[in-house]
Design a protein around this ligand. Structure first.
Ligand code: ADP
Length: 249
């Protein structure tokens, strides 16, 4: 269970990216986070795994106040959260298997990770995840030999290998051919349904959000302007969510 209360974020340059955001997300939800570019979607996701430090408010995940975690306890929390980036964030000169295995690094002392002394179980988890994303046979291929869509699947396999309790995906289709959106969102939805892992995915394209998520959280200028079932989104709400889009252009 994620419980966010009065979360705010002001960046050092004075930009207020999140304002008084409160939301609760039960375990196993598949949530689309929508809104214009600059609305605060990415900052919201990054606060949830502490890639960004909140300026105020609280984030409780299963009773732990994530906003206050430091050092080892922050590292322990982070390994339970898979983060999927727009630009994949892979080590492209390494193989698919090495990238996916790195999802296990949070479970080992630093020296062990540096020497790449992964356990048999780590290898089993990594190989199973590679199969699950449809890349069996590519284990030894260098990531820079793969297409963008395949690279994002490697990133998803790496997140799965973490055995996460939560997956955060920040516009995971944004750098890909739109035809690949269904592959990426389909993988995330299947994983959510099979494993019951909570998934939050930022989606710029409303139609995709409607197709995949049951629940939508919409941001506009750092505020939540809608939080509810996709079925309740109507034309008026969509106008509110996308208000200011001409300014943004
Ligand atoms: P979205 O994901 O909805 O496109 P973001 O969360 O990336 O929105 O950005 C929200 C606001 O915060 C925007 O005005 C953006 O320019 C600003 N912002 C994001 N990251 C930083 C940063 N590191 N420093 C200053 N401003 C930032």
């Amino acid at each position: 269970m994620i419980q966010v209360s009065n979360l705010s974020k002001v960046f050092p340059d004075g930009t207020q990216a999140l304002r008084d955001v409160s939301v609760s997300i039960p375990d196993g939800d598949f949530v689309a986070v929508i809104g214009l570019s600059g609305a605060g979607k990415s900052t919201f996701l990054r606060c949830l795994n502490r890639l960004v430090d909140p300026s105020g408010g609280a984030i409780e995940v299963d009773g732990t106040d994530v906003a206050r975690l430091r050092g080892r306890s922050l590292q322990r929390y982070r390994r339970t959260v898979g983060f999927i980036f727009q630009q994949f964030n892979l080590v492209t000169r390494l193989s698919v298997l090495d990238n996916v295995l790195s999802g296990r690094l949070g479970y080992h002392p630093t020296w062990r990770g540096m020497l790449a002394l992964y356990t048999d179980r780590d290898y089993e988890l990594a190989r199973a995840a590679i199969r699950e994303v449809g890349l069996a046979g590519k284990e030894d291929t260098r990531v820079d030999q793969l297409s963008g869509g395949q690279q994002q699947r490697v990133a998803i396999a790496r997140a799965m290998t973490q055995e996460p309790e939560l997956i955060l995906a920040d516009e995971p289709m944004a750098s890909l051919d739109p035809r690949l959106s269904d592959v990426i969102l389909g993988l995330l939805r299947d994983y959510n349904q099979k494993r019951g892992v909570t998934v939050l995915v930022n989606i710029h394209v409303l139609e995709l959000a409607k197709r995949y998520a049951k629940r939508v959280i919409a941001f506009n200028k750092g505020h939540i302007v809608f939080d509810g079932p996709v079925a309740e989104l109507d034309g008026d709400l969509e106008t509110t969510i996308y208000a200011g889009s001409l300014e943004a252009l």
